[in-house]
Design a protein around this ligand. Structure first.
Ligand SMILES: O=C(NC/C=C/[C@H]1O[C@@H](n2cnc3c(NCCO)ncnc32)[C@H](O)[C@@H]1O)c1cc(-c2ccc(F)cc2)cc(O)c1O
Ligand SMILES: [Mg+2]
Length: 215
């Protein structure tokens, strides 16, 4: 049978990127998705905004919801100092297998903990299983209707504390209206919209950064 889109993305990385060079992995995926086949990576334009937020927060522990092929995982991990790590959740085993290889090719496996499973099942175990106290940064890029319930679950589990930064992809396209309404109207979050474009297109999209202010 035909290869899957993630398999074709991995092939592009193996053909064009240099082992141990995260930037070449990012460039290879962006080139493939812009010129060969669109895919739902955060992309280069929104990726630069993601980079600036990661650099500004300089997080020790990051949670990513929705690994897909590992493109944003590599973007985040390449900016983390020694000792810092990103825990990324992916419930599709085929995507997880591809992402592991992309992350390995970039040479960043020591900074990444890829967990195969659903966010709703794993978030309640984060403290016990990974010894996480609270996340410094959460990147939301999984099913759009899960952004709000998973944010509330993170709050209930005490994994969001004063200063935790939530960064959400696709708040315009495909859109996450209930999540946006929540973080923009809650007195406990300070929210800012970074206007950009849907990856590899001219359509509007953007990232919403929400800082938790504490209880
Ligand atoms: O739909 C989009 N992203 C979804 C990502 C899903 C990935 O995350 C994984 N995943 C999902 N839910 C969970 C979960 N928990 C929830 C379930 O229990 N726990 C763990 N992993 C989860 C999936 O297995 C995938 O790997 C999107 C669309 C467009 C788009 C825009 C315009 C268009 F025309 C078309 C498409 C642009 C984007 O940037 C987008 O991110
Ligand atoms: Mg996205």
């Amino acid at each position: 049978t035909r290869t899957s889109r993630p398999q074709r993305i991995l092939k592009a990385v193996q053909r064009k990127a240099t082992v141990g060079d995260p930037q070449s992995v990012i460039t290879a995926i962006d080139h493939f998705c812009r010129h060969r086949e669109w895919a739902m990576n955060v992309g280069d334009e929104k990726g630069s905004i993601l980079d600036s937020v990661v650099s500004e927060v300089s997080p020790v522990t990051v949670l990513e919801l929705g690994t897909y092929c590992g493109y944003s995982t590599v973007r985040i991990a390449r900016l983390l100092p020694p000792g810092a790590c990103v825990i990324t959740l992916e419930f599709n085993p085929d995507y997880a297998a591809i992402a592991r290889q992309v992350i390995k090719w970039s040479g960043l496996e020591d900074k990444v903990q890829l967990v195969e499973g659903a966010s709703g099942d794993w978030i309640p175990w984060m403290k016990e299983h990974f010894g996480v106290q609270a996340f410094d940064l959460v990147f939301l890029d999984h099913w759009k209707e899960r952004y709000l319930p998973d944010t509330k679950l993170l709050e209930e589990c005490g994994l969001i504390q004063k200063g935790t930064v939530l960064l959400a992809d696709n708040v315009i396209c495909p859109g996450t209206p209930d999540y946006l309404e929540y973080v923009r109207n809650s007195p406990r979050y300070n929210s800012h919209y970074y206007r950009s474009h849907l990856e590899y297109t001219k359509a509007e999209d953007g990232l919403e950064k929400s800082v938790f202010l504490g209880y």
